[in-house]
Design a protein around this ligand. Structure first.
Ligand code: 9YW
Length: 434
């Protein structure tokens, strides 16, 4: 019998494609942005050269203005929709030669570099590598603060649900109901590979594709997108990842004597943290929520993204205490701790669906983010529950994409949900085990 660590390592080896790692064979056959970050952390434990290659491959997709796309199409593959021809990033005068999408994903690269630095045994070698890529990551943060914050308030927007990373969270239902979409002919492959009832609906995909079609009409011009996109959201997870990454590149920048850039990052950082607390913390719900810039309203729903600010050190101790109640007999744990942590959407909500993608199931990258956040604030006991729950699910089922939160339902299941041999589930298991 092989150990969990060996099995996880095997998944990463199998998904490695010469210079990058696919998230999942068949289902996601290219390089995805935030996946590659979590995967690089896994590689850092196994093979530092591959961790570096993973990062360099992602940066091959970087645009001239610093933007890093959500997918880099290094290779060809027929098993994914929408592919490079639908995204048509070449329409932008900022896009590189390498084929990419024209939307982004949560910016994890900054803190990933610091994680890799902490894992590395040869600090001089890794610092040399970080020195090489530092300016690219800085330019990415510069892009966000100069292109994605039109009112100059310290928080950045996302313009597409795929940018959130949490594709079909029920929060987006409230955006879809604000506009109509034509009937696009979809060429979905995911529903042929995975139980369709565990995936977003065709109606939702019409919205996803419609937004891409709008951005193409605007040649991915950020000013036109900010002016016209019906989806324009300040998302708690996305902003927390940017703030966590800022914090890391500030520390790394100090090691590398990048004084001026550290100064600029620190100014963005102070404002961003303040604004998260004054604008996105919801006093009634005891969690961070979403702001819909297009319709000027708060979207007060609690998802696993609502807890990500812990990792970036954003909440005060008092706010953190209030957040943690969700895990201690609150709606996420359940009064009698009848759920594994952490569901991706409020299990007490009428919109919760324990099997459907980001509408309820547990995702391992969010567990890892929340685990890190809880440790940061000293909630070691509850952090340990998240760690144990994660490892229990991996041991029982293997490295699936998402998992059932209810302990009772899990008694009769023999599988996780979505894709199997999923790279970040394996990579972050390696990190939790070492
Ligand atoms: C898609 C690759 C991606 C993740 C996203 C997740 C899912 C579907 O898979 O997106 O078609 O991009 O929601 O967070 O990066 O693993």
């Amino acid at each position: 019998m092989t150990s969990l660590l060996e099995d996880a390592s095997q998944v990463l080896h199998n998904n490695w494609k010469d210079s990058f790692t696919i998230p999942c064979e068949g289902l996601y056959p290219f390089q995805w942005n935030w996946d590659s970050g979590f995967i690089a952390i896994g590689w850092a434990h196994l093979d530092m050269e591959r961790a570096k290659r993973e990062v360099l491959s992602l940066l091959k997709g970087q645009w001239k203005n610093g933007f890093i796309p959500h997918i880099v199409f290094h290779n060809e593959a027929e098993t994914y929709y929408p592919g490079p021809e639908v995204h048509a990033a070449y329409l932008s005068d900022q896009s590189p030669k390498t084929k990419t999408s024209g939307i982004t994903q949560p910016p994890v690269l900054g803190f990933v570099l610091e994680e890799i630095y902490n894992i590395a045994k040869d600090k001089e070698d890794i610092l040399h590598f970080i020195d090489e890529v530092f300016d690219a990551v800085y330019l990415n943060h510069h892009y966000f603060y100069t292109h994605r914050d039109p009112a100059n308030e310290g928080l950045v927007y996302i313009c597409h649900n795929w940018e959130a990373g949490t594709d079909n969270t029920p929060v987006w239902d409230f955006i879809w109901e604000t506009f109509e979409v034509p009937n696009y002919e979809l060429d979905r492959k995911d529903t042929k590979l995975i139980d369709a009832s565990h995936r977003p609906t065709n109606k939702e995909y019409q919205y996803y594709i419609h937004l891409i079609e709008l951005f193409k009409q605007w040649k991915y011009d950020d000013v036109l997108i900010a002016g016209g996109s019906p989806f324009l959201i300040q998302d708690p997870l996305f902003n927390s990842m940017l703030i966590a990454s800022n914090e890391s590149i500030i520390r790394l920048g100090k090691l590398l004597n990048r004084t001026e850039k550290v100064g600029q990052l620190s100014r963005w950082q102070t404002r961003a943290k303040e604004r998260m607390n004054t604008k996105l913390f919801d006093d009634q719900l005891n969690a961070y929520v979403y702001y819909d810039l297009r319709n000027e309203r708060k979207l007060s729903h609690v998802s696993s993204s609502s807890f990500a600010p812990l990792m970036a050190g954003i909440p005060t101790k008092e706010q953190a205490d209030r957040i943690v109640r969700h895990f201690q007999g609150g709606r996420f744990s359940g009064a009698k701790h009848e759920n594994f942590l952490c569901a991706s959407f409020d299990p007490g909500s009428e919109f919760f669906n324990s099997k459907k993608y980001w509408r309820g199931p547990i995702w391992i990258n969010l567990n890892w983010i929340i685990y890190r956040g809880l440790r940061r604030y000293g909630y070691d006991e509850i952090a340990d529950i998240i760690r144990k729950d994660t490892l229990y699910l991996m041991e029982k089922y293997g490295f699936y994409e998402y998992f059932e939160p209810s302990k009772e339902v899990n008694k009769s299941l023999d599988k996780g949900y979505g894709g199997n041999n999923f790279s970040w589930s394996a990579a972050l298991t390696i990190d939790l085990l070492t």
